[in-house]
Write a protein that binds this ligand. Structure first.
Ligand code: BG6
Ligand code: MG
Length: 213
């Protein structure tokens, strides 16, 4: 493999908890209960689609204009949380693995739907490990569309077949395959069934573990 492409939320950092707190504040305001289990449905899903799922849970109808306002309100609160993030929030084993691949001169990119990717990379200090960032600010099609990963490969000037993707969302694993790339699922084996390999986390993970795929 010449290049390694990483999803951000749920793979490199646990930002899902901040998404949850921000969506929950909106649900509280709208007067319904939004649980952590409900939040699972929003992983890997775009901001507007997340809002639509949230409104469906609360059985609430909104005009397009109201939706724009609600999504902005949620994002402002989310940004308050992530602007306080520190390098201590990088998930276990992630930095060791990034250091290992960088030491071998391999290329690395981010492939994330989030428009807040630059802020998280800056606050956690992860930005120094990546040659390219393909994120929600430059893509138009959500995963499982391969756009974000193809964009990452293009930015790195690497053939998609020489890239491997790390993903925690089913739609992300599908997007990697749709891009003609191998996919390592980070999370639950019973959920990420289509991945070429599934790891619980990066703890103890090294390039050697990829020899089987
Ligand atoms: C994904 C997250 O990475 O980014 C989703 O898994 C989130 O939960 C999506 O909705 C969009 O993020 P943002 O930061 O642009 O609202
Ligand atoms: Mg993710």
């Amino acid at each position: 493999m010449k290049a390694y492409i990483f999803d951000l939320d749920g793979v490199l950092v646990d930002s899902a908890k901040y998404h949850y707190l921000a969506w929950k504040a909106l649900a509280d305001k709208l007067g319904f209960v939004f649980t952590e289990k409900d939040n699972e449905r929003l992983k890997g899903v775009s901001r507007m689609k997340s809002l639509e799922i949230l409104l469906e849970i609360g059985n609430i109808k909104m005009s397009e204009e109201e939706k724009e306002k609600a999504a902005e309100e949620k994002n402002n609160l989310y940004r308050d949380y992530i602007s306080k993030m520190t390098p201590s929030e990088i998930l276990p084993g992630v930095e060791n693995f990034l250091k290992e691949i960088k030491a071998l001169g391999k290329k690395t990119a981010i492939g994330s739907a989030s428009k807040n990717t630059p802020l998280i990379l800056e606050k956690t200090g992860l930005d120094k490990y990546f040659n390219a960032v393909a994120d929600g600010t430059i893509i138009t099609k959500a995963k499982p569309d391969p756009e974000v990963f193809l964009k990452g490969a293009e930015m790195l000037n690497v053939d998609p077949k020489d890239c491997i993707v790390f993903e925690d969302a089913v739609s992300g694993v599908q997007a990697a395959h749709n891009a003609g790339m191998k996919a390592v699922g980070v999370g639950d084996k019973s959920v990420l069934t289509m991945a070429d390999l599934v790891i619980k986390s990066f703890e103890g993970f090294s390039l050697k573990c990829l020899e089987t795929i």
